[in-house]
Ligand binder design. Sequence first.
Ligand SMILES: [Ca+2]
Length: 342
Amino acid sequence: MRIFGAILLAGIALGGLGGGAAAQDNASFQSYLATVRSKALREGVSDRTLNSVLPSLTVNPRVIELDRDQPGSSSPNAPISDFAPYRARHVDAARIGRGRSAYRGNLNTLRAVEQRYGVPGSILVAIWGHETNYGGYTGDFDLPRSLATLAFEGRRRPLFEGEFIALLKIIDRGVPRERLKGSWAGAMGYPQFLPSVYLRLAVDGDGDGDANIWASEADALASIGNYLSNAGWRRGQPWGVAVNVPAGLARAPLETRTVSPRCPRVFDRHSQWRTIAEWRALGVTPQGGALPADNVQATLLEPDGQGRTAFLLTSNYRVILDYNCSNFYALSVGLLADEVSR
Ligand SMILES: [Ca+2]
């Protein structure tokens, strides 16, 4: 009953955003933008950029709606589903096929990026495939409007205000405003970089002097390589390998005892680190693929529980988690990469 009451009240509050309320909303949006303006000026954004962008902005109600619909954000204890169905959806024949064409079509670029950053081309392509279906969809929200709206709405203001100011700096660098399209939450271009990530890590891959992650595949792949290298990718090491675990393996002594400061629920599912030699001694065997070298450290993840496919994961797997902190995402990137380069 109390819940029903709360929903009813929320409905009245949202329904009341017409007419005078909307005008008031717009007035407070404009006064919020004035505070952003002075912060941005202090961070070196030019008057010219601020004068051309800020007056053009209005609140985007669709973006607020999407932000409030975010799944999972309110239920940290929701049960974790199985990986197998996710894998079937994300590493399917269509995505593998398109990945192989993307891989073959960009071989020279991928070789150059791999040489420079040490990250295999297949991993770059798999991230590109997961983020935007190899450039098939990159989002068409006007990013200045989306980010200003999210910062104004305030649920995650420090994050989005910072990203909005980063976007203004990108415009200052000479990237045309009309190029700045992306997801409703501010992810941009083929690699879906947030503006702050673009400023730090986007690079020019095709040599024209412009890091155009929206339209140049070479720039996008080089930027993903730079990102992963910066996050600690170890050249020559695999991401991980599918394994069989002996039925009697004692899991309790292997359970992790550390709590990660970053997305703890994701890291909590990994075992303690052991060398591959130690895993072999415990009876863990590869499913088809080869195990990494004996001295490589790896953790064990059994995403669908005991007796199902398990994975030994190296530190490079953690680098993929740095790109997007989800075990299902990182496993599915690794598995797609294996298929793409097969
Ligand atoms: Ca370029």
